[in-house]
Design a protein around this ligand. Structure first.
Ligand SMILES: [Zn+2]
Length: 177
């Protein structure tokens, strides 16, 4: 795995290292088995966790990424316990979306009781829209051309993911190609 600008089919964006594993690892494994490129973006390093250290979380993330056969795993290094819908957080996610052009985003439900999780959902929803606006963060030099909105299910593969997401209380945003 590396951070070069290759395109992903599915990107899971969650607050803490292990959230993606606990929430959507089965979906990511299934998508990978069907030949799609999958990635996980962790918003924080999990430094507020009761057990372990950020270094241990990083090692565990590498091991879990191998097991899930991810094409990419990134960490934005936002402050654990203090994820907010800020310009900095939105821009950071927009840049990842523009670099890797995922067609489907998986993230936490907006009504999740953990504030980090709920805020991550809002950041992802807004970043998905902002990434399509040419003049937003223009200095990054990368834009998406279009956006189809939430929970649109035209291609079969995205329908399959949405079927999972409804059952598991996971939000899914589908992006146009
Ligand atoms: Zn979490």
């Amino acid at each position: 795995m590396n951070e070069s600008q290759f395109e992903l089919d599915v990107l899971a964006v969650f607050s803490h290292p292990d959230d993606a594993e606990l929430s959507v690892s089965g979906t990511l494994l299934r998508m990978k088995s069907l030949g799609y490129r999958t990635g996980v973006l962790d918003m924080t390093r999990g430094e507020m966790g009761t057990r372990g250290t950020p270094e241990m979380r990083a090692e565990e993330s590498i091991a879990a990424s191998r097991i899930m056969n991810l094409d990419l795993r990134l960490n934005l290094g936002q402050p654990d316990g203090h994820i907010w819908l800020t310009e900095e957080a939105r821009t950071a996610v927009v840049r990842v979306l523009r670099s890797h052009k995922p067609k489907v985003l998986l993230t936490t439900h907006w009504d999740d009781p953990h504030p980090d999780h709920a805020h991550t959902c809002r950041i992802v929803r807004e970043a998905a829209r902002l990434a399509t606006m040419a003049r937003y963060d223009q200095q990054s030099g990368r834009t998406r051309r279009s956006f189809t909105g939430q929970n649109q299910t035209s291609p079969r593969r995205e329908s399959a993911i949405l079927a999972f997401s409804r059952k598991s209380n996971i939000a899914c945003v589908t992006l146009a190609r």
